[in-house]
Design a protein around this ligand. Structure first.
Ligand code: DGT
Ligand code: CA
Ligand code: ZN
Length: 595
């Protein structure tokens, strides 16, 4: 299809292009005030398109649009129009009524369809730039529900939107990369294939996917890569490297190197750039020049008789680091945050492994917004080899989810007891709660109930945009609370969607250290909260870390690898993570009296 599009009259649209139109329709209908189920239908169809691993044009030509999840007859007809004519009547009429650019405003944090309609109709705001100008000029101040505070909030929202880029979350990139490795690894002649770049370093978001294959002959691997069904455009296709854009807009590149040079190539492509600069300095001090192809003695092959010796080829990264006199530096540490100096001093952190994690202390069930029963969660935890599982459903005050009040917690004891009976000694099942830290810093559950629970995770969910002093004080109150064991997802951030709360982290960390309250690394890939840099500061202060998947269903236990990676990136060693401790030690810690 890519080839066809060159001569076709209508430029072929990618899955992402079509999904964007459907999403925009949903947004514009919502601003217009249309009923919610219609809006959701467009969004579901857009999600269905984005999840496809094939080009929608191919599905279209087979007459299979209605087989796309979320796409029914009516939307299929509209997509057909769009792909056939490059236009959709419904959309054309809609944007004649509601300006197309209003949809952009839906991405501004804390700005909803009603306000957008108000700003449009009362102040003529139709674009992001127009919104910024209207706020700055005070044109929105007199509108209902507006004031200096909401103006400041809008400006913050616009700024955070500008900071956001098209980066992918680690949790989305990882399964995609695994699929690519499997497909391309099966290509004839490919001896080895690995991810590189920020994905191998397991950064919380990645800009693009870097893949690296070892093969004597690069042509077959590169040809297979550019012919993947999910490729929408080939951006480049050379002798040793190709880059593509997928149907969902993700970019990826594949390098192919001879197996004998795979180590230097992988080391180079893994980065980070700054880490590589450090290594090149060390190489130069040893009279070597480090490149993706080899370690080359300075003066090698200059043709003037000053040949400094033969190239050193490295098939593995171990050999690269060894040639520089260093132990292997795990990819998660390669951010130029002191890891090269630590490697030289043989003082790299002890590596935390997923297998070290024996307990999961923050999990939900059907008693709040989880999808599985307590027993189902317990069985799934047993299957994954956990020794301890805590059920910590939400407290009631959230408003958005059905949570537990004091009576609910008491009623839940019966089911916990029944589940304990059913699992016997296969796992230790703890009864806990994820209690909401209310806007004033009090907890959404009476103390006497909290006192009886095995684990108390206290988390901020509401009023996350409070001013710094207020939200910091609120967290401090929760940290100092005698029954709180763990602070869940401390900053409340959602990657690419919501900025962290404006916390004074020094104060938060100091209070956690002083009171012996653990801070969570929430492993959900939308959160990864605490972030790596804060986790590192926390362990330097002796604060206990708890890595939890916040599972709302059994498959969420799979998030653990992202939490562990975040901890590694924060130089966190197994000993600092309470989830690695022997059961008796962890249970004693949970039952301690806080200072
Ligand atoms: P990303 O994609 O923005 O999340 O970040 P990376 O780290 O994956 O960076 P990317 O994709 O631009 O490049 C992949 C790797 O290639 C990078 O980690 C190191 C290597 N690399 C790229 N450009 C340079 C460079 O100018 N100098 C050096 N030393 N290495 C580079
Ligand atoms: Ca990259
Ligand atoms: Zn939560």
């Amino acid at each position: 299809m890519n080839e066809q599009s060159e001569d076709a009259q209508i430029p072929s649209l990618t899955n992402k292009d079509v999904a964007d139109v459907l999403r925009r329709i949903g947004d514009l209908l919502q601003i217009k005030g249309e009923v919610i189920y219609k809006i959701l239908a467009y969004r579901k169809a857009a999600d269905g398109l984005m999840a496809l691993a094939r080009d929608v044009n191919a599905i279209h030509s087979e007459g299979g649009l209605e087989s796309i999840p979320g796409v029914g007859k009516a939307i299929a007809a509209k997509i057909d129009e769009l792909l056939t004519r490059g236009e959709m009547d419904f959309y054309t009429k809609l944007v004649a009524e509601v300006p197309e650019t209003l949809a952009e405003l839906m991405a501004v944090p804390d700005l909803g369809p009603k306000k957008i309609k108000l700003f449009w109709q009362e102040a003529g705001v139709t674009t992001l730039a127009g919104l910024e100008a209207a706020v700055t000029e005070g044109k929105l101040r007199e509108l209902p529900g507006m004031g200096p505070k909401s103006e400041a909030k809008l400006l913050d929202g616009l700024a955070s939107l500008a900071r956001r880029s098209g980066r992918m979350r680690l949790g989305d990139a990882t399964p995609l990369a695994r699929e690519l490795l499997e497909t391309l690894g099966a290509v004839e002649g490919v001896e080895r294939i690995e991810v590189a770049g920020s994905l191998r370093r397991m950064a919380e978001t990645v800009g693009d996917l870097d893949l690296l294959a070892a093969a004597e002959d690069s042509a077959a691997a590169l040809a297979a890569f550019v012919a993947l069904p999910r490729v929408a455009r080939v951006l480049g296709h050379g002798d040793t490297k190709a880059s593509v854009e997928f149907v969902d807009g993700t970019r990826a590149q594949l390098w192919v190197h001879p197996p004998a040079r795979f180590g230097t190539a992988l080391q180079y492509a893994t980065g980070s750039k700054d880490h590589n600069v450090r290594l090149r300095e060390i190489a130069l001090a040893k009279g070597l020049s480090l490149s993706e192809h080899a370690l080359t003695p300075v003066g090698h092959d200059k043709g003037d008789g000053t040949d400094g010796g033969a190239e050193i080829l490295c098939a593995s990264e171990d050999e690269v680091y060894a040639a520089l006199g260093l132990p292997f530096v795990p990819p998660e540490l390669r951010e130029d945050r002191g890891e090269v100096a630590a490697a030289k001093a043989d003082a790299l952190p002890k590596r935390l492994e997923v297998a070290h994690i024996r307990a999961q202390l923050h999990n939900h069930s059907t008693w709040s917004d989880g999808r599985s029963t307590i027993l189902e969660m317990a069985e799934a935890a047993i299957e994954r080899g956990f020794a301890i599982l805590a059920i910590t459903d939400h407290s009631g005050g959230l408003g958005i989810v059905q949570g537990l009040d004091a009576e609910g917690v008491i009623a839940q004891r019966v089911e916990i007891a029944a589940a304990r009976e059913a699992v016997g000694n296969r796992i230790v099942l703890l009864h806990g709660i994820e209690v909401d830290i209310l806007a004033d810093g009090s907890l959404d559950m009476p103390d006497e109930i909290l006192a009886e629970l095995d684990v108390v995770v206290a988390s901020p969910h509401v009023a996350l945009r409070q001013p710094r002093a207020q939200i910091t004080e609120r967290l401090l109150r929760a940290i100092r609370h005698p029954h709180v064991d763990i602070i869940g997802h401390p900053t409340g951030r959602l990657l690419g969607k919501r900025e962290p709360a404006d916390l004074d982290m020094d104060a938060v960390l100091a209070a956690a250290a002083e009171t012996g309250t653990a801070l969570e690394i929430n492993a959900n890939p939308h959160r990864l909260d605490l972030a790596d840099v804060y986790a590192r500061r926390a362990i330097e202060m002796g604060i206990a870390i708890s890595i939890n998947t916040d599972a709302h269903a059994p498959e969420h236990f799979d998030f653990l690898e992202y939490g562990v990676a975040t901890a590694r990136r924060g130089w966190v060693e197994p000993e600092s993570v309470i989830n690695t401790w022997a059961s008796e030690r962890l249970l004693a810690w949970l039952g301690r009296e806080k200072s």
